[in-house]
Design a protein around this ligand. Structure first.
Ligand code: ADP
Ligand code: MG
Length: 694
């Protein structure tokens, strides 16, 4: 009997090298190994007579080895094992490439089982690289529903199956984190049965129900976490802010545009929340350009007009500065002091301030609206009466991040004893409904699903390398008309950042020298210091550059109304939502705008995927598509989602989300600290540990 906590490396058949490899997959104990699930199954369960084989089918046959030989092809330097197997009905050939040991194992006379795909050549039907096993062995790799595991270098599914069978043979005990009665009501198997079904299913129904069970378990954990966060928030108190309806209406009527209905509705919901003496916790979910800023500004206006302070946190300094500028303009007729506090800036709308002076104004309550980066609500900054915090998020979506943010806000020096600020979070990109249900069950939701009128769709085109020069000519024309252009460069993995920066630098040089020698080009990348970035952005806004070459740092909300063209290089390397974000950098002014998606990939799939952007300008439907194509892990940024793949596919299952929420509610209702459900409590801490911040 194995103990679940046994280090996997200490099992007799697993040597140090394998233990290392497993560690890379985050598998350290027997339990981790058991929870390493297949992502699909090959159906080799049905054995058929050899004479019923047909080209193209996946099948299992059983027979005797007649002849087995090992040949070397001189031309291709390949080593081929050829083996003839026969049963009562006929004979078939099996071929393996570069696996010389197979011919030793399968000597004439041995009984063997083969599973794989049937091909055909001049010599007739044959199995190419089939899975095989001596028929004296229990079916593990052939003759059953064979699990296929996510593999990593040096670790095959075959090896995993073998180890898994050894562990099941040795036996283990595992306690079920989910209460038995709950499983019974839902007709879900116990954890031990479910593990058996996952790794050694006898039928499709078995692994289906097992996957359902684990999806339930993971979703239940997620909902428990989210509900706990919600309950903690609801225990807090906040200042009730009176809704100055007339004042707000007058302010709105003086805006240069009419609010969309969605903006009106969201603002109204926010005012209602702020009236309560419980803190608001609302997510403003809207597409690029849907006008989230003005909604946030109205909330700040309401707070400041009532004599409180409001803070806006932006993910970057560039954005903080932009918010500072738009709010300074919007509130030009108000008697407000607006502050900008980041690492590089300390400004107010009514004169220069040194950092200590600004901090003093915040502490003394003279600063009404304060804009900054995340540092703003950390403990070093004290407020006098902070009643509202707006967080303009980029992708800080996860439940854990939220818990952390809430904790920070709860502990911020807001100057209001016994109270905490109302919280409004804004997304940078729309989140599909099912995902927001699963992930933000603890938040109230306002959706800006309507774009301001007068928006012209951004003409979007997929361009192969060959078409590049036409696009460059087009850019020259646009610039001659006084417009500006972005060229975006992918920066995909952090670890590659340095070489990508090099690539961006090289591309900047190439474009400057060879393509646009007569124009001025700026360069923006993630490794620049924030004040350098700031200067480049500002210079671009001030039209000192015609073209801005940038890595994906430009993604978040930068507003340059004069820019009318955006080129995205290697567009297939980005997710659809991110591409849509980039595209949103243009079309922010009155000019017809254009987006060119450069791609070297000519596959139908890549074209189809990018084609979604050509067809649609609707961020919500693009996000939905992105979610379906890439799965929530990629969509959210895998590290932040904190969900294993198995429940990913179930995220779209609204019913599952609802059921787990209901059960999570019941559980916490009876047992708020989960004292009686220690295993579930453990699941929760495992869940939160697995989600990393930044
Ligand atoms: P996002 O939701 O991406 O943050 P912004 O708040 O930056 O969008 O708004 C984008 C642009 O649209 C801004 O220039 C803003 O002034 C303008 N805008 C916002 N609401 C409206 C509206 N109802 N009608 C017309 N323009 C609007
Ligand atoms: Mg914005």
């Amino acid at each position: 009997m194995l103990d679940l906590k046994t280090q996997i490396g200490s099992l007799p058949r697993i040597n140090g090298k394998y233990a290392e490899t497993l560690k890379r997959l985050n598998i350290e104990t027997v339990e981790d190994f058991l929870l390493h699930f297949p992502f699909r199954y090959e159906d080799y369960s049905e054995r058929i007579p050899i004479d019923e084989l047909e080209k193209g089918m996946s099948a299992t046959v059983m027979g005797k080895v007649i002849e087995s030989k090992f040949v070397r092809t001189w031309k291709k330097k390949m080593r081929i094992t050829e083996c003839y197997v026969s049963d009562d009905t006929g004979m078939v050939r099996a071929v393996w490439f570069n696996q010389p040991y197979v011919s030793d194992a399968l000597s004439a006379g041995k009984g063997v089982r083969l599973s794989g795909k049937v091909s055909e050549d001049a010599k007739g039907l044959y199995f190419s690289n089939p899975s095989w096993e001596l028929s004296s062995r229990e079916p593990t790799n052939t003759g059953r529903l064979v699990p296929v595991y996510p593999e990593t270098e040096g670790l095959t599914s075959k090896w995993i199956r073998w180890q898994m069978s050894l562990i099941f043979k040795a036996g283990f005990e595992i306690e079920d984190p989910i209460p038995n009665d709950m499983l019974e009501t839902l007709h879900l198997p116990l954890i031990k049965t479910a593990l058996q079904y996952i790794h050694f299913p006898k039928s499709e129904a078995q692994f289906e129900v097992a996957r359902k069970r684990f999806a339930f378990q993971q979703m239940l954990t997620l909902q428990l976490v989210s509900l706990k966060v919600k309950l903690a928030w609801q225990k807090e108190k906040a200042v009730s802010i009176h809704f100055n309806e007339k004042f707000i209406q007058d302010f709105i009527s003086e805006l240069p545009f009419a609010l969309t209905n969605a903006q009106k509705k969201a603002s109204f919901q926010i005012f209602q929340d702020m009236k309560k003496s419980q803190p608001m916790n609302r997510l403003l979910n809207g597409d690029v350009g849907s006008g989230k800023t003005i909604v946030a500004a109205l909330a700040c206006l309401e707070a400041a007009k009532s004599g409180f302070q409001a803070a806006i946190m932006a993910p970057t300094e560039v954005l903080a500065r932009q918010h500072f500028e738009s709010l300074s303009k919007l509130f030009a007729n108000q008697d407000f002091t607006i502050g900008l506090l980041t690492n590089s800036y300390q400004l107010t709308n009514n004169g220069k301030s040194t950092r200590p002076e600004l901090l003093e104004k915040i502490k003394g309550g003279e600063a009404d609206v304060i804009i900054g980066t995340h540092a703003l609500i950390q403990k070093s900054v004290s407020f006098k009466k902070l009643a509202l915090v707006v967080v303009d998020e980029q992708h800080r979506f996860g439940v854990k991040q939220r818990a952390y943010l809430q904790q920070e806000i709860t502990q911020s020096n807001d100057g209001l004893p016994g109270k905490i600020p109302h919280l409004l979070t804004m997304t940078a990109t729309p989140i599909p409904r099912t995902l927001s249900l699963a992930y933000f069950g603890n938040l109230d939701l306002s959706v800006l699903d309507e774009m301001p009128k007068n928006r012209k769709p951004i003409a979007t085109e997929i361009v192969t390398r060959l078409g590049a020069h036409k696009v460059y000519a087009f850019i020259k024309d646009e610039i001659a008309k006084g417009r500006q252009a972005f060229v975006i460069f992918p920066l995909v993995e952090e670890s590659k950042a340095l070489s990508e920066v090099k690539a961006a630098v090289a591309e900047h040089k190439r474009l400057s020298k060879e393509i646009f020698p007569e124009l001025s080009l700026g360069l923006l990348h993630g490794k620049m210091k924030s004040n350098e970035k700031e200067r480049v952005m500002q210079d671009f806004k001030d039209k000192k550059y015609d073209i801005l070459v940038a890595t994906s740092v430009v993604e978040v909300g930068i507003d340059v109304p004069n820019a009318s063209v955006i080129v995205i290089e290697d567009a297939d390397r980005f997710g659809l939502s991110q591409l849509h974000q980039f595209r949103g950098r243009v079309g922010r002014g009155k000019h017809q705008s254009y987006c060119f998606l450069f791609t070297g990939s000519t596959t139908q799939k890549a074209k189809q995927r990018l084609g979604a952007l050509v067809k649609s300008q609707d961020g919500f439907s693009i996000a939905e598509m992105d979610l379906q194509l890439r799965g929530p892990g990629e969509f959210l940024g895998a590290r932040q989602s904190g969900l294993p793949d198995i429940s990913m596919e179930h995220l779209a299952n609204v019913r599952l989300i609802e059921i787990t929420r209901e059960y999570a509610g019941k559980l916490l209702g009876k047992d708020p600290t989960l004292k009686k459900h220690p295993l579930l409590a453990q699941e929760i801490s495992r869940f939160t540990e697995n989600v990393h911040l930044e």
